[in-house]
Every structure is written in C-alpha cells, then in structure tokens.
Design a protein around this ligand. Sequence first.
Ligand code: HEC
Length: 238
Amino acid sequence: MRLALAILALVTVAAVSFLEFRGKVSKEPPVQVFDDMDNQSKLDPQGGSAFFADGRASRPAVPGTVARATGLEPAKVLQPGYRRAESMNPEFVTGKDAAGAWLAAFPRLSLKLGADGQLLPYKVDADVLALGRKKYGIHCAVCHGAVADGAGILKARSAIEGAESMPTIANLQTTLYRAYPAGQIYDVITHGKNTMMPYGEFLTPEERWAVVAYVRALQLSQACPPELAPESVKATAK
Ligand code: HEC
C-alpha cells in the first residue's frame, strides 16, 4: 500500500513537472499530443496577405452578390435624417397605435416626407397591391396558398407520407382572420407566430403593409359582398 502511494505521488509529481500547472503562462509552445486543427494555415480578417495583388486578406464581395436582409449600407445609414420618417411614424413601423392597440386598418401616414418635411398620407393603391402580390407570391404563397386558404404547396406536401409536414398552416380565409386587425397581420409578418417564422428581416415596413393589403384583397376575393362585384361578373352570374 505504502509503495503504491509512493508510486502515485511520484507519477503525480512527474506529470505536473512535465505538463505544468493548468493555467500557467509560458512562452514555450504547448505540448500537443493531438494537434487536430490548432495550427492551420489561414488568413485573419482585416489582415494582410502577399497572395493577393492588393495585399489584403479580406476579399471584397463578388460583383452581383445579393445582400441578405436589407443590409446596412453605410452611405445610406450615415445620411442625415436616416430613419427620421420611421421615428416620426411609429404606428407604421409597429402596427400599433400610441395606446399599444393593433391598428384596425392601414396607417394614416406613410414613410414618405413631403417638401415641407411632414409625412405624406399613406394610400393603398394599385402600386401597393402589385408590390404586395409580388412579395406574397415570394414569401407567403408556399404555405398559405395563392388565395390565402392555407393550401399552399407545403400543405400539399404534408399530405405525402414520409414527407416533412407542416400541418398547422393557418387558413387566412376564416372569419377569424378576416376580422383580424390589419396591424395584427402586420405584426405576424414582422415577428412570426408560433411555428411561423418572422419575415421582418426580409420585408421592409412598406413591403409588409403591401402584403397586408394584398391579403385583404385575397380575403375580399373569396368572400365578395354582391354589391362590390364588378358589373361584368354580375352579368355572367345571371
Ligand atoms: C413556411 C410556412 C409559412 C410561410 C412561408 C408563411 N406562413 Fe403564415 N403561418 C404559418 C403557420 C404554420 C401558421 C400557424 C402558426 C400557429 O401555429 O399559430 C401561420 C399563421 C399565419 C397567420 C395567423 C397568425 C395568428 O395570429 O394566428 C397569418 C396572418 C399569417 N400566417 C400570414 C403570413 C404572411 C402574410 C406570410 C408571408 C409574409 C406568411 N404567413 C408566411 C406558416 C407560414
């Protein structure tokens, strides 16, 4: 027993004298039994490199690279008045009024400044709907379907056995969602909801309201009050 303890003490002293205490600072290179990927030839960000003609290690983006999200373009960000319109019009950006309630309809004012420095009124016109249609087609239709009835291609795929499924996609043509305040739909786009991911990173506030407008148009298209139907449609219905 005593011998075993003596050997253990000897081994411990030998190991500590060879490997040093943990945390000890040394100028010598560390003992590396398995060096794995500790030492690699690599270029550091913002560092120099003789390999490239311009001597820089960091490479500029390839021409035509598409920035993810809206990007922070320095020239734009550093302009005086950048985001001034947003700070003047919080309801446009949040979808909520000053009291924190959802906007029932669209914001009164836009993010465009008039010559007098005041915000111009927001109008849902054909251009806004066209933008909304485009963005809805890109970002929403795969799940919610071309007419917002929740029967997009992902829903169809969910029915295939063994395919990745997403059975909870909301049907936006129900009474519940037809009655949703516009600001709440805006907020779902910005922040997502439960299993739906947020789209605020991909759509500017203006694009989000355009999508809300297009969702409203789709809802109307599937539950059109007779008095709103165009004359041509009324004629064929007779
Ligand atoms: C990848 C699929 C997917 C995409 C794309 C998608 N959604 Fe959804 N959406 C869902 C799912 C799933 C739900 C149900 C979330 C839940 O569990 O409550 C939902 C719910 C909603 C709701 C109802 C939220 C509530 O309060 O109950 C709205 C409104 C909505 N989506 C709008 C949109 C709009 C507008 C877009 C495009 C910008 C979009 N969605 C893109 C999957 C998607």
